[in-house]
Design a binder for this molecule. Structure first.
Ligand code: F6P
Ligand code: MG
Length: 441
């Protein structure tokens, strides 16, 4: 019944929109890159005379090429046919969801953008998981790793910063100083979302985060909604001198520098005893090119430990033991790689909703999580965040997101016009950001 008054979802049928651009240009480009890198893999195997594996990879390429053809010719979205445990939910969703254009099939150019985009990544996964020898192959792994190396200077500075900050604050627990450091680390975690590989079509951009520390002050003026003091109102009242069981959750977004900055914020929360445990919700399958899987985080921590930089290796060792002793924990759930928005979680994944409800606070990182929080709908920009959440608020939540899709809520009247005057692409190029907080509904 609630659905009647929600605006319609974004879709490719809106010419000139970012949704249109993504479906027509970016998604085919990403798929082509996957086909190219998989073809290179096949050639390498053939060169090595590993023909059984090469044939297996060729079958994958043929499936991916079939998907590309379906996309380009706007064929109806086919149901999934692999053995994974999310197939039932995916297929029910595909069968229940109506196309936006009456009388038309649910297809890439006429279906909801969120659904079509998630579907593409799920079908890429299907091509690999239904093979016999490359079931767990991540076609985006090399790009994610390369992107981490391109940000190594920022990793070094932030590692030094977090280690020194924990030491200084540990000696002198002055509330105001702690609040300031919290806000700084929150902003690192926010801006680390600025560039992701699905927006750049999978092209790694050199040193994209270099110099961020100095830029934080200037960047502040680009935050359209900043609820960080409300977040601190919640965390600042925690008694840090006692032994408590508080846990804080991160619904993660991208691997590489973004997840590194998230772990720095988490480290700060633990070292000041604001939380006892941090849960990191990761993706189960390769997702939106750069999203973080458990493997990506394990790789990151291993890389850090081997670094020749003392601060980086010290932090890497600390995080390794945090994962071993359980103060950092990774959590997996298939819901994060379905196309459902979060207002549907209570009904469709009640156990996950119940788990999130136990958190003191849940951070939702990045643009895709934001789109799922607000249902990827054409909300007027002044719609209250609380309304757009559409009943979803398992625990106090905070969205840290740079804008990369034509959806945003919670703005003051006229704020969108001002932003547009500054930058025509303000909704989609990651220059603007929001820190939006909801305590309860
Ligand atoms: O492909 C474009 C896009 O779908 C964005 O609009 C989107 O939400 C983004 O990719 C992924 O961004 P993030 O990594 O911040 O979730
Ligand atoms: Mg992402």
């Amino acid at each position: 019944m609630q659905n009647l008054s929600r605006p319609e979802p974004l879709s490719a049928k809106d010419k000139g929109s970012f949704a249109f651009d993504t479906v027509n240009r970016r998604m085919p480009m990403i798929l082509t890159r996957v086909i190219d890198s998989t073809s290179k893999l096949a050639s390498k195997l053939t060169e090595k005379n590993d023909n059984v594996k090469a044939d297996n990879v060729k079958e994958i390429i043929s499936k991916l090429s079939g998907l590309k053809y379906e996309m380009e010719t706007n064929k109806p979205l086919k149901i999934l046919n692999d053995d994974e445990d999310d197939v039932k939910m995916w297929n029910e969703y595909l069968q229940e969801t109506k196309s936006l254009v009456p009388g038309k099939d649910l297809a890439f150019y006429t279906g909801a953008w969120l659904l079509c985009e998630c579907y593409m990544y799920r079908r890429i996964y299907q091509a690999f998981t239904s093979s016999s020898m490359f079931k767990t192959h991540d076609p985006f792994s090399d790009q994610k790793r390369e992107s981490f190396f391109s940000t190594i200077d920022s990793v070094k500075s932030l590692s030094e910063y977090i280690i020194q900050c924990s030491t200084t604050l540990g000696k002198n627990p002055d509330n105001e100083a702690i609040k300031l450091e919290f806000e700084t680390l929150l902003q690192f975690s926010l801006w680390a979302n600025k560039c992701d590989l699905s927006v750049s079509g999978g092209v790694v951009m050199d040193s994209q985060h270099t110099g961020m520390a100095e830029q934080l002050k200037i960047l502040k003026t680009w935050i359209l909604v900043d609820n960080s003091s409300e977040v601190w109102e919640l965390l600042g009242t925690i008694d840090r001198s006692i032994n408590h069981e508080i846990h804080i959750d991160f619904v993660l977004d991208n691997a590489g520098f973004e997840v590194f900055a998230d772990l720095c914020l988490a480290e700060f929360l633990l070292s000041l005893n604001i939380a006892k445990t941090i849960f990191f919700h990761v993706k189960n399958i390769p997702w939106f090119v750069s999203d973080a899987s458990a493997k990506d985080i394990e790789w990151l921590v291993a890389q850090m430990q081997q670094s020749e930089n003392d601060y980086v290796s010290q932090l890497g060792k600390k995080w390794k033991s945090r994962f071993e002793e359980g103060s950092f924990q990774m959590k997996k759930h298939k819901y994060w790689t379905l196309a459902h928005d979060y207002s549907e979680m209570k009904t469709n994944a009640p156990e996950l909703y119940a788990e999130l409800s136990k958190a003191k606070l849940v951070f939702f990182k990045g643009d895709l999580n934001y789109r799922k929080l607000v249902g990827d709908r054409k909300w007027p920009h002044t719609t209250p965040f609380a309304k757009a959440l559409w009943g979803f608020c398992p625990a106090p939540l905070c969205s840290l997101r740079t804008l990369k899709a034509d959806v945003v809520v919670g703005l003051k009247p006229g704020q969108d016009r001002e932003a547009e005057a500054k930058d025509k692409q303000w909704m989609v190029n990651g220059t603007h950001a929001v820190i939006q907080y909801q305590h309860s509904l």
